[in-house]
Design a binder for this molecule. Structure first.
Ligand SMILES: CC(C)(COP(=O)(O)OP(=O)(O)OC[C@H]1O[C@@H](n2cnc3c(N)ncnc32)[C@H](O)[C@@H]1OP(=O)(O)O)[C@@H](O)C(=O)NCCC(=O)NCCS
Length: 174
């Protein structure tokens, strides 16, 4: 599996990966509707790819298996989406993509990675916590705005949290 920065020509393949990844929510209490929720469109992917903030996992046959889409806000790199195609899950690919984003943040002199996620879904907050992300009890305006926007899109606010991983320390894995 090759992890590399996304090319502009990858943008059109990413929505199908997010859609496939989302099928996993069929197993999460009360979240099965996310299998049919809207995904990030090619133009938004293209914009972030042009900002050099998207990485993909490419299989040996050239097909894309996963992506991580990020954006810099001040001194922090926010992870907007991390999706691994259903056929490729549980093989450590998400971990490799987070590593790429982390290295980028180090190289850019950023202070942290941030994200919002489900607190109680096993492959969300608990998995990020294993990698050193900590829940933010006071998320600050940017992340609170993100949480509020997600609530307006129907995500249950009582199950959503913001998390932060300071850059510069170790990335705990297990
Ligand atoms: C979350 C997701 C990106 C993980 O991708 P992945 O490549 O399968 O993850 P990894 O193999 O790197 O696993 C990392 C850790 O995540 C957790 N994890 C991943 N899939 C899991 C699952 N189905 N059930 C429980 N824990 C899971 C585990 O802690 C795992 O570590 P382990 O294998 O040592 O137990 C993938 O399941 C996915 O695309 N899900 C749908 C979209 C999504 O939920 N994105 C993140 C939203 S915040």
């Amino acid at each position: 599996m090759l992890i590399r920065p996304a090319h502009l020509t990858d943008a059109s393949a990413l929505p199908a990966i997010e859609k496939s990844a989302a099928q996993l929510f069929g197993t999460a209490d009360g979240l099965a509707w996310l299998r049919d929720a809207p995904v990030i469109g090619p133009s938004d992917h293209a914009r972030r790819i042009l900002n050099h903030a998207v990485w993909v996992a490419e299989a040996a046959d050239g097909a894309l298996a996963a992506f991580i889409s990020t954006e810099i806000f001040d001194s922090e790199l926010h992870i907007w989406e991390l999706s691994v195609h259903a056929q490729w899950q549980r093989r450590g690919i998400a971990s490799l993509l987070i590593d790429s984003a982390y290295r980028y943040a180090v190289n850019r002199g950023l202070g942290a990675l941030t994200l919002t996620t489900f607190s109680d879904v096993p492959w969300c907050a608990p998995a990020y916590a294993k990698r050193g992300f900590a829940p933010l009890l006071q998320p600050g305006k940017r992340l609170q705005d993100t949480l509020d926007a997600e609530a307006m899109q129907g995500l249950p606010p009582e199950r959503r949290i913001a998390m932060r991983l300071p850059v510069g320390g170790l990335i705990p894995r297990r």
